[in-house]
Design a protein around this ligand. Structure first.
Ligand code: NI
Length: 272
């Protein structure tokens, strides 16, 4: 298993970070992708990844929730860091739109997303996208960028909709654009429709088989721990509960899910 989204550099893991990482290694987690969220996290992401080369892989970006009055300064720092650390990065992220908490900086969020997508495209890096209650704008901006830079949907700009929990129609559009779906603990939550959505997609003739080639496992740790650990601090080995749920959806073994999602992660992020 590769955890394609864990904030292992954050405060929540400060007391025992090294033990947490060691425990994931022992539990068969092959690697983890650590996305940055703002200017301050550039240093913490790079440090943890340099301490664990070949295991922790860095991504850098300005998260929509960190787009405030000082966004231009934040973005300049993050963009410079992305260029400076290009050879070590596996993605640009975490970037995106979030209209759930605060719509004050909606226009700024869109501008910040556009600029980081263009940079990712220029540097030939995939993107890790955060989308909360902003699906329409997210998809429109991605399509604009793909159109500007090539023949939509053949643009080389690609990436993952992290913590996906959208509709069948949204998933179909994401897959059509060549993007991946990051599946986390939310799929194990009571009342979550995601398992049904994925099962329905898999019966759509034009999508059959393609869906499994585009799924990634992730934790979004420290958040989003799966049932039966919901509410606790998340860690990568708990993705086994997500893999179990996916095995039910696709009527296959947990091992097949793990193999497929690991290969998908390696392909998207260029991990050997
Ligand atoms: Ni995140």
């Amino acid at each position: 298993m590769i955890d394609t989204h864990i904030h292992i550099d954050e405060e929540a893991y400060a007391p025992d970070r090294e033990e947490v990482i060691a425990r994931q290694r022992e539990s068969g987690v092959e690697g983890m992708i650590v996305p940055g969220v703002n200017a301050a996290s550039v240093a913490s992401v790079m440090e943890v990844c340099r301490t664990h080369p070949g295991y922790c892989y860095p991504a850098l970006g300005l998260h929509p929730e960190d787009v405030k009055d000082d966004w231009e300064t934040q973005l300049a720092v993050v963009e410079n860091a992305i260029r400076a650390h290009r050879s070590e990065l596996v993605a640009v992220g975490e970037i995106g739109l979030d209209y759930y908490w605060d719509k004050t900086y909606k226009e700024e969020q869109k501008e910040v997303l556009r600029r980081q997508l263009l940079l990712a495209h220029e540097l030939n890096l995939p993107v890790i996208l955060h989308n909360r209650e902003a699906t329409e704008d997210c998809l429109r901006i991605l399509k604009e960028i793909q159109m500007v830079n090539g023949k939509c949907p053949n643009s080389k700009l690609t990436g993952v909709f992290h913590c996906f929990n959208g509709s069948r129609e949204t998933a179909r559009q994401i897959l059509d654009m060549g993007f991946y779906l990051g599946i986390g603990g939310v799929i194990t939550f009571k009342n979550c429709k995601l398992a049904d959505t994925l099962a329905e997609l898999n019966t759509t003739p034009s999508l059959r088989g393609r869906v499994g080639e585009r799924l990634l496992l992730e934790t979004d740790g420290p958040y989003m721990a799966p049932v039966p650990h919901r509410g606790q601090r998340n860690e990568s080995r708990l993705m086994s509960y997500v893999a179990e749920k996916l095995a039910e959806v696709y009527d296959c073994t947990v091992e097949e899910i793990i193999t497929a999602t690991t290969n998908n992660a390696k392909r998207l992020f260029g991990i050997k």
